[in-house]
Design a protein around this ligand. Structure first.
Ligand code: SF4
Ligand code: SF4
Ligand code: FES
Length: 467
């Protein structure tokens, strides 16, 4: 370790660590735009300048290795003036869009201007650049708001590998653009929206949907593949729900952002993860228990299930690889030894979906195959065994392959297939309960409850306890 002083406080830095990294790790704030811990150092924004050993020439702390005995000053007058100058340079041509910008409330430029900036200055004519340029069908780029930090460009080169973006032209005409092709087709593209320190990169999906201070993040897990990336699900904050004119918006996911989890996904997720809310609402939700296609109460549906099972000669259950570890454990306690238990995967890759890559995306498009296999022997469905009653848990089962068996379906979504289940039990989604999935590497990732479950919907674990 290396010992140095920052603002008269002794701190320890790792060998080779920069002053900025060491400062941030020790809770000392040094403003920065172009620096990001998971990207290479660009050193182009100059907001992170600090004074070293009382020398008159300031140095960029993001590119300054910590050395023993170093004395860093982040508060002296020359640093204060340099920050003002850097902010003045950046804001000179920056539009005053805060009132309509989606980034307002979490914009680094806005925050630093309030904290380190000077009084408003300058009435120079604005430097116009392409506004709301179509970067892709997912992202809009406002080049007037861009501060040319280069984070988005470095992301496509160093993380996603698409090399889809570049900074073109020089001087006041410099701007971010797509490179090489007409499309910016990168399965990780939405990460740049959150990587951008200002509101230059805008999600078309979230555009003008809500001010960010009306929302709160809830920690969850993306069930899109067996990586089980950590995400934040953004819903309307509790104290704003009372003022909502539109009740529906209190049960709405406004956006998904990555939750930095170094063990599983780091600070990134793929675009499927960003679309999690759309996937969850893409099919009509099962909200009413049904017995022989007639609406019933959840109590009657469970009673009828118990009756069917008690008369069954050879009952079976097809497990769900979307079920949480806790639900699978409840199923094991209730049914082990009494049912033939079959493992399976609910979902396969959709058309055009990336099957697998070296970054995050995995071939298995289910979150908890590993959790199911940790509790149950792998066993494939065999129609020849002659089961007379089958509990189908989750999606993706073609009922016509189940022969004449009585079917009890535990599901999140309405089933529009030809053959109907005898009993339909609507169960809660992973957004309506706490739990955990085990990813392909055997790492457990926990998710919190985002919304309450609807009234006639039951948690699968409670259902198994009632059998
Ligand atoms: S668009 Fe955003 S991330 Fe990209 S260079 Fe401009 S300010 Fe930086
Ligand atoms: S890599 Fe898999 S788990 Fe991660 S965000 Fe994409 S689909 Fe979800
Ligand atoms: S953060 Fe150091 S120059 Fe940009």
């Amino acid at each position: 370790m290396v010992e140095l002083r920052i603002d008269n406080r002794v701190i320890e830095a790792f060998e080779g660590e920069t002053v900025l990294r060491a400062a941030l790790r020790n809770g000392i704030e040094i403003p920065h735009f172009c620096y990001h811990p998971c990207l290479s150092i660009a050193g182009n924004c100059r907001i992170c300048l600090v004074q070293v050993n009382s020398r008159p020439k300031l140095a960029p702390s993001c590119n300054l290795p910590a050395t023993p005995g170093m004395e860093i000053n982040t508060q002296c007058e020359p640093v204060r003036l340099a920050r003002h100058a850097a902010l003045q340079f950046l804001t000179l041509n920056h539009p005053v869009d805060c009132g309509i910008c989606d980034k307002a409330g979490e914009c680094q430029l806005q925050n630093y201007q309030v904290k380190y900036g000077d009084e408003p200055f300058g009435i120079d004519p604005k430097n116009h650049k392409p506004k709301f340029y179509n970067l892709s069908d997912r992202i809009l780029l406002d080049n007037e708001r861009c501060i040319l930090c280069g984070r988005c460009v470095r992301f496509t080169r160093e993380v996603s590998g698409s090399f889809g973006l570049g900074i073109v032209e020089r001087g006041r005409r410099s701007r971010v653009e797509r490179l090489n092709s007409e499309v910016f087709d990168d399965p990780y593209s939405d990460n740049i929206i959150h990587l951008c320190p200002v509101g230059a990169l805008l999600s078309r999906d979230f555009l003008y949907k809500s001010r960010v201070w009306f929302l709160e993040p809830i920690r969850s897990v993306c069930p899109g593949c067996s990586r089980c990336c950590s995400v934040n699900v953004w819903k309307r904050a509790k104290h704003w729900q009372f003022r909502s004119l539109d009740e529906e918006k209190n049960r709405m996911i406004f956006r998904i952002t990555p939750f930095d989890n170094p063990d599983i996904n780091g600070p990134w997720i793929c675009n499927k993860g960003f679309d999690l809310h759309k996937i969850q609402t893409s099919k009509p939700r099962a909200l009413t228990p049904l017995i022989k296609e007639e609406a019933a109460s959840i109590e009657d549906a469970i009673r009828e299930t118990v009756r069917l099972i008690s008369h069954a000669r050879k009952p079976a259950i097809l497990l769900s690889s979307y079920a949480s570890n806790e639900e699978l454990a409840a199923c094991k306690i209730a049914l082990d030894g009494k049912f033939d238990i079959y493992t399976r995967q609910d979902f396969q890759a959709g058309s055009g979906e990336t099957l697998e890559d070296d970054i995050l995306i995995k071939y298995d498009k289910n979150p908890n195959t590993a959790g199911a296999l940790a509790l149950f022997e792998p066993r494939k469905w065999n129609p020849l065994v002659g089961h007379d009653t089958v509990i189908v848990w989750g999606d993706g089962v073609d009922f016509s392959t189940l022969g004449t068996s009585a079917i009890i379906h535990l599901t999140n979504f309405e089933n529009h297939g030809e053959k109907k289940a005898d009993i339909i039990i609507p169960i809660s989604t992973f957004l309506e309960r706490k739990g955990s999935f085990t990813n392909f590497e055997g790492k457990t990732n926990h998710f919190e409850k985002v919304f309450d479950k609807p009234a006639d919907v039951i948690h699968a674990a409670d259902f198994f306890e009632r059998l």
